[in-house]
Ligand binder design. Sequence first.
Ligand code: 13P
Length: 303
Amino acid sequence: MKIIRIHNTGKGILAVDESTKTIGKRLKGIGCENTEENRQGYRGMLFSSPGLGKYISGAILYEETLYQNHADGTPFVKMLKDQGIFPGIKVDTGLQPFPGGHEVETWCTGLDGLQERAAAYYKQGARFCKWRAVLQITADGAPTDAALKENAWGLARYARACQESGLVPIVEPEILMDGDHSIETTARVQEKVLSTVYKALADNGVFLEGSLLKPSMTVPGAECTEPVTKEKIAEYTIRTLERTVPPAVPGITFLSGGLSEEEASLYLNCMNEKPRKGPWSVTFSYGRALQQSALKVCANIEG
Ligand code: 13P
């Protein structure tokens, strides 16, 4: 397998792979209709931002965008590559309820025919991919062991299938911020989640050097009333990763998960300011925390 450097010091990944339904919510927020033309226009605006390639090394796309052209006729894939940005693709097909688990739990679908789809995405220019499994912490038992194992196994099967087709898999076990649990609880649960994920990756022979991890940061639940500093969040996040992520993994690319642009930037900066034992690079793969301001600018232009 060829090793490509999607993670790159000083740069991060732009997650612009919202499903048609999710981007519809974002566009509605700025009073814009969810049409193919508007999705193309909005994403074309992002990809033609001057200097984008100085800060962004990869862009995760939704399938529609991978095959779409900019308004001037240039394929989006070419636009990105011309700026030194690797095109990536979201390959999971979404979450489904997890019968037998806690009522909030889900499992992630998309394994059927994945190797063939991944090969077609590679042919179209994608070089890396993403699969998002979601777990939630509740006071009454979630995540259950069953949901944790299922989601870890799905991530591992996905990573293996996509590596067979030449794509670098981003492994994304998101722990939602919903809840009032403490940062200590998040750290404890996340250690268990990441250990289970890396055990499943090992069991499936995933080539760790050709993969990336996209975790949530180790933050308290959004409704937790106990104040916590950015230094503590950085310290707990790095500690969690050092305890669970094998050194063969080259890069950690965080999701923002509902943090504001400022919070997500400050926490990440704090992590990079301190020396750490883990050899991996630590950067961003934000969706909302990179697009909130861009959407507002868009709203002003439209309005
Ligand atoms: P957020 O940064 O908005 O969480 O999105 C990142 C992502 O790709 C989620 O799968």
